[in-house]
Design a protein around this ligand. Sequence first.
Ligand SMILES: [Zn+2]
Ligand SMILES: [Zn+2]
Length: 470
Amino acid sequence: MILISLQNISIFSCFCRQCLQEDEEKYGEFYWHRIHQLSCVLVCPTHNIPLQNSTLLFQQLNQHHYQVASHHNCISKGSIAPYSPQNQNILLNLAHDVQWLFNHPQISRPLDWYYQQYMNLLMSRNIATASKRVNQMKLFDEFLFYYGQDILSYLDSDINLDDQSNWLFSIVRKHRKSFHPIRHILMMRFLCGSVREFFERTSSEYKPFGNPPWICFNGAVDHYLQAVIEEVELSHCLENKKPLGTFTCSCGMVYSRTVSESDQSEGYKPNRIITYGDKWHKKLQDLVENKNLGLRAVARELKVNTRTINRYVDKLGLNASWQSETNKFAPINDTKEVDDKAQNRQDWLELLKQYPDATKTELRNLSPALYARLYRGDRIWLNNNSPSLQKPPVSVNKRVDWGKRDQEVKMQVEKAVQEILQKDKPERITLRKVGVMTRLKALLEHKLDKLPLTKTYLQETIESVEMFQD
Ligand SMILES: [Zn+2]
Ligand SMILES: [Zn+2]
C-alpha cells in the first residue's frame, strides 16, 4: 500500500492512547503502530477512539531517522478532529478495512480488474447501464448520502458534481491512472459494505443471466432444450436499456434475449434467433429437398412453426414440394427440363472453375440449392464431375500458405501489441484483446497452432509483460 500524505491529514506520527497504555503494560515500552500512521486511518481499529497527534513529524519517521515512541513525543495534542458518533463509526469501519488489507497482502489485482468489479456492482445497483454508462448524478447522490460531506473531507476525498474530472467519476472509468488506496476503499465499502466483502464476493462477475450453461433451442441437434451453452456476450437492449445477452452454442445456433421475470426459472425463451446455424440449415435442406417432407412435418422435425420454415425455405432458395404444388399439375415441359439440366450442369462446372481446390462438400455448401437439384435429377453426372470425396487433407490446406500467413499475422499482432504498450497505462495483453484489435480473433483462437511464429511471439510477449507487471 502506498503512503501519501494528504493535505487535510495530520503530518505528525499518530498514536492511540489506549494502545499506548496496553503496550506499556505488556512490553514495558511504546512502539509506533504501522496502521496508526496511515493517512486514512483516523480511529484506532482496536479501541474505536480517535487517534492522537504526537509531537513527532511523520516525515521524520523513516529508516534513517528512527525515533522510538516515548512519553516525550506521545503527548496528546487532542484528537485529529472531533467526530460525531456516526462519523466515528464510519471511520472505525474504514480503519477495519485498512487492517483487513494489511492482513491480506496477496490481494493485489490489476487495475482493470477493479474497474470491472466496480462496473458490475454499479450495474447491479442500477447506477450503470448494461452498456457501462454510469449515471453520474445517481452515483454522486448515493455516494454522498452514504458517507456524508465531513467524512470525505477528513479523508481529502471531497467530490464535486460539476467537476467531470473529480476522483469519484474517474475511478469508475477504465483506469488509466492510480488512485489513493483510501478512495478505492471508500468505493469498495460503498458498493459492497466492506473491503472484505468486496474481495470475497464469490461471483466476481455481473451475471444478469445467472450462471452457464444456458439452454439451446436448436431443434436439429440432439441437445435441443438442454442447457449446454457456455458463452454469453453482454450488451444492452436499445429500447428498454435492459441487459441483453447474445448466446452462442457450439452447434452454431446464436440467439439473444433480455432479462425477464422468468429468468430464474427454466421457462425463458429467446427474444430473437440470430441464426439457427449450419446444422439446422442442412437438416432443413435435407428434409425439404431430399426427404421431401411436407411443411408441417418439417416444422415438427425442426421444432419451429411453419412460418419460420417458409421463411428459411425462401431465404436459402430451397425447392420445397409444397411451394411447387401448383406446378405439379401443370403439363410437363420437356424442353424446360432439359434446359434446366444443361443450365445446372453449366452452373456446377462454373462453380468448379471458380473454386478449383474446393471439396465436394465445400462446393455443396457454396451452392446448396444447385447441388440439391443435380443430386436429385442428375446424380451420376454430378458424381463424375465433382472432386473425389476422399481428398487427402493436405490438398485442402494447400489453399492457405500458412507460412506466409504466419508472417503477415505476426506483423499485425506486433503492431497491436505495440499499440497496447504505448498506452499511458499499459493494459494487460491478452489473446482476446489482440484478436479484437487485429480483427483476427477467430484465427488466433482456433488456428494459432498453424502460426508458429505468431504463437511464439505472443507467448513471449504475454509472459514478459505479466512478469513486468508483477
Ligand atoms: Zn488503540
Ligand atoms: Zn446448440
